[in-house]
Design a protein around this ligand. Sequence first.
Ligand code: DGY
Length: 345
Amino acid sequence: MPKIVVTRNVGEDAMAILSSSPFEIIVNPDDAPASREWILDNISDPEVAGVCVMHGQPGDKVDEEFLERCGEGVKVVSTFSVGYDHINVKAANAKGIKIGHTPGVLSDSVADICVMLTLMTMRRVEEGIQLIKSGGWPTLPWAPFVMCGPSISSPNLTLGFLGFGRISQQTLKRLLVFTSKSHPPKVVYLSSRGRPNQAEIDADWTKEFGVSVERKEKDEIATESDILVVLCNQTPETVNLVDKAFLGKMKKTAVLVNGARGPIVNSEDLAVALNAGQIFGAGLDVITGEPNIGPDHPLVKAKNCVVIPHMGSADIDTRKKMAELCVRNAINGAKGEALLAEVKI
Ligand code: DGY
C-alpha cells in the first residue's frame, strides 16, 4: 500500500483526512520534532508517495541529503507553512517531486501579529511590562511624557513594506484603521515580483482610505518609512536586506517590524542601531538563530525591542486550515494530481 510520511501529528481533523485517504499513514509517534534519522529512514521506503514536513524543525530540512534519501515513489513534499526557505525547491522539482505549501490561509493571522508588534513597539509595551515585572514602576510613576512613543495617528506618515504580497496587504489594511483620516499615510513598498501592479492597487481597497501606494527602491523605503514592515520571502537576495547601511538611512523615530524570516534583518546591525537610538524600536516575530535564542541575546536585551517566538500564524483556526491544506496537498500529490497550492519558483 502506498504511504504518506508525516513528521509531526498535524491535529485530529487533518489526521482524520489522512486516515480516510487511500494511503497508509506513517506518523512520527512523538509529540516532538522527528529526529533526522527517523525521517530519513522512513522516506527511503520505496512505497512512500508523499511526505508532510514542518517548518522550524531542524530535522525536516528538505536539502540534498533528504532528496537523495527519498524513495523512488516520492511525488510530493508538503510543508506545513507558507514559507519554503527550508526546502531546496529546484532540486526537488528536478527529481520530479512537487512542493506543496499553505499560502492564503495564514495571511490574516500573520497580519494581526504584525499590527500587534507595530503598536507594541511604538507604544513601548515591552519596556512597560519589564518596568512592572522588575518592580521599577514606583521609580517611574505617571508623568506627562513618561513612556511615550510615536503616534500612529500622526499626520502624513509613511508606511513601508519590504515585500507586498498577501500578508503585507492585509497588514496595511489593518494599520490604515489606526492612521490619520484627515492626513492619510503614504505607502511605499519594495517587491521583486510583477504583482501587484499599480492598477490593481488603485482599483481596489486603497481608495477607501485615500492613500497613495508606490513601488520604490530599497534606499527610498529606508529613508521615508515611519513604520517599516518586513514581509518578503527569504531568498539569497533578501538575506541581510536590512543591514547597517539600510538602518543608517532610517529615521530616528521609525519602527521596524519583521514578520517574515530572521535572516532578512541582520541581528548584530539591528542591535547596534537600537542601542544607539538610530531607530525608535523593533518588533520581531522571527530572528536569526531561532529557536536557540536566550535572554542574553542582544536583541532580547534591547529595551526598545519586542521579540516573540515565531507566533505569526499561531491561532487555532489558522493552524487547522494550514494542517488541512498541508495534508490535502500531500494526498493530491501522492495520487499524482495537481496540488491545491504548489510552490512555483
Ligand atoms: C510560515 O507558514 O511560513 C510561518 O512562518 C510558519 O508559521
